[in-house]
Design a protein around this ligand. Structure first.
Ligand code: TPP
Ligand code: MG
Length: 569
């Protein structure tokens, strides 16, 4: 844990006071010791002591109160994604907890360090039918690394510390605790904070055989591709990853929070030529991301009589290494240390670096050609508006430190294609759990984590329905965000596939041209509707200049489907 960084005293250190306090104070102390400065929450009496502790702590913990518990947890998760410190959400018992399940699961899938504390019906009344009496742990256990009821006030410090330690240890993820109301309100001598674990050797338990195999394969490869995923960023290995890529000259594809590690315009970034890269590679090194549907389940090439690529998988913990597909080798451990080791060993052994450079250059050229071919779509004058035109207007208005968030279907798939981050840690998508509704929570966290940067939330009209009420939260807490909606009056990403499969669609239409901008305005923000392509740019300028949450509601052509090559199934 990061107690010493947070300035909290350690057992035996000067200033480690022996004072009496309630359960909420223990919760707040442990959270602060792990680097938490904001508690995302929606009020409930079961958790009042945490609020009391937050406002009386020195320094205080910020209470960020939202309109749906899902938003609280998405905001906490995005805080973790953006800051690489654990996110923390506190919700009331029963429905407060059950409302968090999709967001907790999202953090679980994303490997985001997150702790959720739920209230719980009082222990002394358990079994008699008190309000919201429910055992949450069996619901949360399958989607967390740690789920427990902390049922004795003197054990709260140790239990909370265990939860934070579980969430922040690789492979990171979500942890859940609930505390019976009578326990949280109880008082005791505040236990001292547990000692931080001694720093472990980052390469402890390294599989030397796997390392040798990996080094040899990378040195021998003439058509290598590196895939950099979210855990590279989360594990603070982005500089090591870029060094490795440049040292071996491989073509690079990024995904999730890995986007931006090799920045837009870098000569080795070939994400836009991923089809050709995967089809032609002789070696694919997948780092910090699972071999899931986003990566063809780990099968690269091998079609039409060609030889499939060999696959190396590098993960931050052994249990993340793929088992469903043959690997040449799997390496697990601290990603920065592992990548540094590869950087040290591979280049001097490379058999044909010139060939590697030719391979990467060829792919980079086709990536550039693919980007160039988009120009027509990005400048489209069509009426109704082609969704791509929105990105044609947005892209050159984005600064390198802009945080870009996608919550939607086809509209956000276009964003993945057209918006290439310049720095890591600034692109937020929902990740492989694919949950709509992350939008306002992620945007709230982004504004808090990057107070001066542009924060742009790209919203489908369908997705917006899950979280738009939390514009009220942005207004109350003065968190201006630019929201850009691709409003096609439909659940487009479901409508088009259903049509393709059945020749008709049902349950895929939304009301056309709904004035979501007026919803935002009514909540205290601002906005406007745009129906002509030439009006998009000036509307975006007004949105960036507004000091309030502002929704640019762009009415787009419902007939345009994202040209999808994978379904995720
Ligand atoms: C919580 C949740 N419910 C349903 C889905 C299935 N789903 C995926 S994309 C999509 C359509 C999204 O529509 P919209 O946000 O309007 O974006 P569009 O595809 O129209 O651009 C739906 C319903 C999901 N991913 N998550
Ligand atoms: Mg839509």
């Amino acid at each position: 844990m990061t107690t010493s960084e947070a300035g909290t005293s350690r057992p035996g250190e000067p200033g480690s006071t022996h004072v009496e306090g309630h359960g909420g104070q223990q919760v707040a102390r442990v959270a602060a010791a792990h680097g938490v400065d904001t508690v995302f929450t929606l009020s409930g009496a079961h958790v009042f002591p945490v609020y009391d502790a937050a406002v009386t702590a020195e320094p205080t913990l910020r209470l960020l109160d939202v309109r749906h518990e899902q938003t609280a947890v998405f905001a906490a998760e995005a805080t973790a994604k953006l800051t690489r410190k654990p996110g923390f959400a506190v919700v009331t018992a029963g429905p407060g907890v059950t409302n968090t399940v999709s967001a907790v699961t999202t953090a679980h899938f994303n490997g985001s360090p997150l702790v959720v504390l739920g209230g719980r019906a009082p222990a002394w009344r358990w079994g008699t039918g008190s309000l919201q009496e429910m055992d949450h742990v069996p619901v949360l256990a399958p989607v967390t690394k740690y789920a427990a009821t902390l049922s004795a006030v003197q054990d709260l410090t140790a239990g909370m510390d265990e939860a934070f330690t579980a969430a922040t240890s690789p492979h990171r993820g979500a942890a859940f605790v609930d505390v019976p109301m009578d326990v949280l309100f109880s008082r005791c001598m505040l236990p001292e904070l547990p000692a931080a674990p001694a720093a472990a050797d980052p390469l402890e338990g390294l599989d030397e055989q796997a390392l040798t195999t990996a080094v040899q394969a990378m040195a021998a490869a003439t058509r290598p591709v590196l895939v950099l995923g979210s855990d590279v960023w989360t594990g603070s290995a982005e500089a090591s990853a870029l060094r490795l890529a440049e040292a071996v000259g491989a073509a690079v594809i990024t995904n999730g929070m890995g986007r931006g590690i090799v920045p837009a315009g870098h000569p080795q970034l070939v994400t836009r030529a991923r089809g050709a890269a995967f089809a032609g590679a002789d070696l694919v090194v997948v780092i910090g991301t699972p071999l899931d549907f986003r990566l063809g389940y780990g099968q690269f090439g091998g079609k039409d009589g060609t030889t499939a690529a060999q696959v190396l998988h590098v993960a931050d913990s052994a249990d993340r290494l793929a088992r469903h597909t043959p690997l040449l080798a799997g390496l697990s451990g601290d990603l920065g240390a592992l990548l540094d080791l590869l950087t040290e060993r591979v280049p001097t052994l490379q058999s044909d670096r010139a060939e590697v450079d030719r391979w990467t250059q060829t792919l980079a050229e086709s990536a550039r050609a693919s980007v160039a071919a988009d120009a027509v779509m990005l400048a489209s004058e069509s009426d109704p508006i082609h969704p791509a035109r929105i990105y044609g207007e947005l892209n050159h208005r984005l600064k390198p430190d802009a945080v870009v968030i996608g919550d939607g279907g086809d509209f956000v798939s276009f964003a993945g294609r057209f918006v290439e981050p310049h720095r890591p840690g600034l692109w937020l998508d929902p990740g492989p759990f694919g949950c709509l509704g992350t939008g306002c929570g992620y945007a709230i966290a982004a504004r808090l984590a990057h107070p001066q940067a542009q924060v742009v939330l790209l919203l489908g009209d369908g997705a917006a329905g899950f979280s738009l009420m939390d514009v009220d939260t942005m207004v109350r807490h003065r968190l201006p965000v630019v929201m850009v909606m691709g409003n096609n009056g439909a659940w487009g990403l479901e409508k088009h596939p259903m049509n393709f499969l059945y020749g008709y669609d049902v349950v895929a239409d939304l009301t056309p041209q709904t004035r979501y901008d007026l919803v935002v305005t009514a909540l205290g923000g601002g906005g406007e509707m745009v129906t002509r392509a030439q009006d998009i740019g000036p509307a975006l300028d007004r949105a960036f200049a507004a000091q309030v949450p502002y929704l640019v509601n762009v009415i787009t052509d419902p007939a345009v489907a994202y040209p999808r090559t994978t379904t995720g199934i």
